[in-house]
Design a binder for this molecule. Structure first.
Ligand SMILES: NC(=O)c1ccc[n+]([C@@H]2O[C@H](COP(=O)([O-])OP(=O)(O)OC[C@H]3O[C@@H](n4cnc5c(N)ncnc54)[C@H](O)[C@@H]3O)[C@@H](O)[C@H]2O)c1
Length: 348
């Protein structure tokens, strides 16, 4: 059954009075609930840990620290409901006694182009071996499984904006393929475990997300531009800057993941991102304005296979999660700039 057919089938069942899932979710909220978050010391993982703890969950965070920072977890480490394991998810996880586990949220993977180009084999392993190990654990624990996938599965898209039904345009042997193909494999594995074992799975195709907690050195446009602006340097834009991205503020994204885990309607991939596009030149100009940076913009060559446009079609998320980003770009950037200033102790 295709994804849309599955959704329609579930909707039909719900309309015909099958509300057991709602009751189960409501009961679950009152039980001791435990989630494993991989990539917990990373940008998105640490925000997700925060959210789960706020919702009353116990959380085990797993991270190899290949691109993570423990400072992202400084607020939650004292919590008695949080446990941290420094481990590579591509290695054997069977040595740990996780106890009962309701959700496994798999975010572990280098995620920025600088990171995955510096760690190509580790990126392939996190998406392949790591995903298989966590899927096995989910089967063993009868846990719901979330894969943090990416808009990169669409490659340099020939369809715009990208709906979940678009199969993508990925160069399978280019430098970026270590990330794109690892995530495509991870999606295939996730769906195979669903079909083979009946595992309850979710796949979030995350589009560019930004916010406090990103490493300025990871090379992604927002923290990179902000850092350059804070140091009064010219902002480096690749190509002529007309290429666009859609930028989602982290709180909105985490809300989307939370809703995705709680809905019974969606088994296949769901786009989570901001459908509003901004060109890299517009973004650089806005960040210069917000930081008061008077330096100009410097143009550099575009990286290989850098996509021209990225914009999610979020109809599925709007319809079934009642979700869409609500934080205006200017507000999200302001919060991110303040966080980056605090990080550099420019402002406290
Ligand atoms: N931030 C975005 O815009 C974005 C967009 C699309 C997809 N995603 C996905 O979301 C997830 C988190 O991304 P992020 O932006 O927080 O990146 P990040 O680099 O900040 O966090 C990734 C975390 O995973 C850890 N990690 C990597 N490989 C590991 C392994 N083998 N075992 C254990 N830990 C490992 C890293 O140390 C790091 O803490 C990734 O899977 C990424 O592909 C993020």
């Amino acid at each position: 059954m295709g994804v849309l057919e599955q959704i329609e089938d579930l909707e039909r069942r719900l309309e015909s009075g099958e509300t057991a899932w709602m009751e189960a979710e409501a009961r679950r909220d009152h039980l001791d609930t435990h989630a494993i978050v991989t990539g917990a010391a990373g940008f998105l993982g640490s925000h997700l840990v925060d959210r789960l703890l706020r919702e009353g969950w116990s959380v085990t965070g797993i991270d190899s620290m290949i691109t993570g920072e423990l400072s992202n977890l400084s607020d939650v480490i004292p919590s008695t409901k949080f446990r941290f394991i420094r481990e590579d998810v591509s290695g054997p996880l069977g040595v740990y006694d996780f106890g009962s586990v309701q959700w496994i949220l798999h975010l572990a993977s280098p995620a920025s182009p600088i990171d995955y180009l510096a760690h190509p084999i580790e990126t392939l392993q996190a998406g392949s071996v790591g995903t298989l190990r966590l899927l096995d654990l989910a089967v063993h624990k009868k846990a719901k499984f979330l894969l943090a996938s990416t808009s990169e599965v669409y490659g340099d898209p020939a369809v715009h904006p990208q709906p979940e039904t678009y199969w993508g345009n990925v160069n399978p042997i280019g430098p970026r393929s270590v990330y794109d193909e690892a995530k495509r494999f991870a999606e295939a594995a996730t769906m195979a475990y669903h079909r083979e074992h009946g595992l309850d799975v979710r796949i979030a195709r995350i589009f560019n997300t930004y916010g406090p907690g990103m490493r300025p050195s990871d090379g992604r446009a927002v923290p990179n531009f902000i850092d350059q602006a804070l140091w009064g340097q010219p902002l480096t834009v690749h190509g002529d800057g007309t290429q666009t991205r859609s930028l989602c503020y982290v709180d909105d994204l985490i809300e989307g993941l939370w809703r995705l885990m709680r809905t019974p309607f969606i088994i296949g991939p769901v786009n989570l991102g901001n459908p509003e596009e901004v060109s890299m030149l517009e973004l650089a100009t806005l960040i210069n304005r917000l930081t008061g940076n008077e330096s100009s913009i410097k143009f550099e060559p575009r990286p290989t296979d850098d996509p021209e446009h990225r914009r999610p079609d979020i109809t599925l998320a709007q319809r079934h999660l009642q979700w869409q980003p609500t934080t205006p770009l200017i507000e999200g950037l302001r919060r991110t700039i303040v966080a980056q200033m605090q990080r550099h102790r420019i402002w406290s």
